[in-house]
Design a protein around this ligand. Structure first.
Ligand code: HEM
Length: 405
């Protein structure tokens, strides 16, 4: 068990192209590996399936709330943040039980109700429209024409955002993805304030005239006499957008690349669409678009998996490494679309397990169905060595993916 601090590169092209060797090296050091990251500083990764699961399920010793762990570096940063960011960051992913449970129960019912009200037809329609756009484009870029827009369009439709406002809303959201530095956080403020003001307006309208959409369901959500406040709804809607759009984008693009790089598997899938549900889970495991969870802060000095931790120290579950752990998966570096069982951690585990897992799976399944019908001979339009990944930490994200066929 090592207390050393390492400097694994988790953002460069070599790592993003093939992360498996780095994860193997990290797991060879141990289930807990301390690494230095830009901005964030020192962080300990749970690298194995066992360590990642324990960290996420053992909620008492660890907190997602910085204020409970007195981490001075982040505490100061948080105090300096503008009010709008504080409002949006007070979401359930950054709160522990019992407040987390309260918010999750209120949103769970409202969110799940959408599943039964014609959502599949809407996703199919959106996927088909976007695929036609891709086929008619000059560059054939899957990221730009399909992967980015599909999850945004779906969540906008679920929320019930008026179609005429969607472009404007999506442009504001696009600005929000760059939070790579403290300066960039301040740069996004104008867009953020517009989103908050716009959302407050929509919430007010839905209070007066509820419709059959998710914002109305959130406004009306009630558990034992308890309801969500307007601030909580704004922050919840923002979380649904932020957590649900980029993540699925990278599953669609990264999953398509994985299929193109594993021709024999792709042909099997295209010949037998009944493989789709297990293929989606295997692509989730193999790509692991969300490579690591949000930080868990040590609440009290403690021992975890044989190592001592001080109050305020940060740990993260390195989901992508857990998903390639030989102790949990046979031949983890290989894509095996009919892999059973496949208890991957791509959606996390424990109390913060992804709320939108069912939606992400459905979007990917429907997208793949449309891809195999509309582009049965799909191929990469560039050489594999020309494929570029973003440098974004924590996400396995393609910059573009030009297709033909
Ligand atoms: C491929 C797509 C997706 C992946 C890989 C993914 C992954 C994750 C992961 C790993 C977490 C846990 C983070 C942590 O514990 O720190 C999470 C939480 C969450 N996700 Fe997803 N997600 C995806 C799609 C979605 C979608 C489509 C939505 C909704 C529209 C969504 C909404 C959420 C929410 C609200 C949480 C917080 C849950 C809580 O704190 O109780 N996600 N997701």
């Amino acid at each position: 068990m090592s207390d050393d601090v390492y400097k694994f590169d988790l953002t460069g092209q070599t790592f993003k192209r093939d992360p498996f060797p780095t994860f193997r090296d990290m797991r060879a050091i141990g289930p807990l590996v301390t690494n230095r990251l830009p901005i964030v500083g020192q962080i300990t990764f749970a690298t194995t399936y066992e360590a990642a699961t324990k960290l996420l399920k053992q909620a008492d010793g660890f907190s997602v709330e910085l204020s409970r762990a007195g981490n001075s570096r982040f505490g100061l940063l948080l105090k300096l943040l503008p009010g709008g960011i504080k409002l949006l960051s007070k979401n359930m992913l950054q709160q522990d039980d019992p407040e987390h449970r309260r918010l999750r129960q209120l949103v769970d019912g409202a969110f799940r109700r959408q599943e039964i009200s014609g959502l599949e037809t809407a996703i199919e329609r959106i996927a088909l429209e976007l695929m036609q756009k891709l086929k008619a484009s000059d560059d054939g870029d899957l990221v730009q024409h399909v992967a980015r827009d599909l999850p945004l369009a779906v969540i906008s439709e679920m929320l019930g955002l008026p179609p005429e406002d969607r472009d404007k809303f999506h442009n504001w959201m696009a600005v929000m993805t760059d939070v790579s530095s403290v300066i960039s956080i301040f740069k996004i403020m104008p867009a953020l304030n517009k989103i908050i003001a716009y959302m407050r307006g929509v919430i007010e309208q839905r209070r007066l005239e509820p419709r059959d959409d998710l914002i109305s369901a959130l406004v009306l959500a009630e558990e034992e006499g308890d309801q969500l406040s307007d601030d909580e709804i704004v922050s919840m809607v923002f979380l649904l957008f932020a957590a649900g759009h980029e993540t699925t984008t990278h599953l669609i693009s990264g999953g398509t690349l994985a299929l193109l790089q594993n021709k024999e598997q792709m042909e099997r899938l295209f010949a037998a669409p009944s493989l789709l549900p297990s293929a989606v889970d295997e692509l989730l495991r193999f790509v692991s678009p969300v490579q690591m969870t949000k930080p868990r802060f040590v609440v009290e000095d403690c021992e975890f998996m044989g190592r001592s931790f001080k109050r305020g120290q940060m740990l993260m579950a390195l989901l992508a490494s857990a998903n390639s752990d030989e102790a949990a998966f046979d031949a983890p570096d290989q894509l095996e679309l009919s892999r059973q069982p496949n208890r991957h951690l791509a959606f996390g585990a424990g109390p913060h397990f992804c709320l939108g897992a069912w939606l992400a799976r459905k979007e990917m399944e429907i997208y793949l169905g449309v891809l195999m019908r509309e582009m049965p001979d799909v191929k990469l339009a560039i050489g594999e060595d020309e494929v570029r990944w973003t440098k974004r930490g924590g996400m396995r994200a393609l910059r573009s993916l030009p297709l033909m066929g």
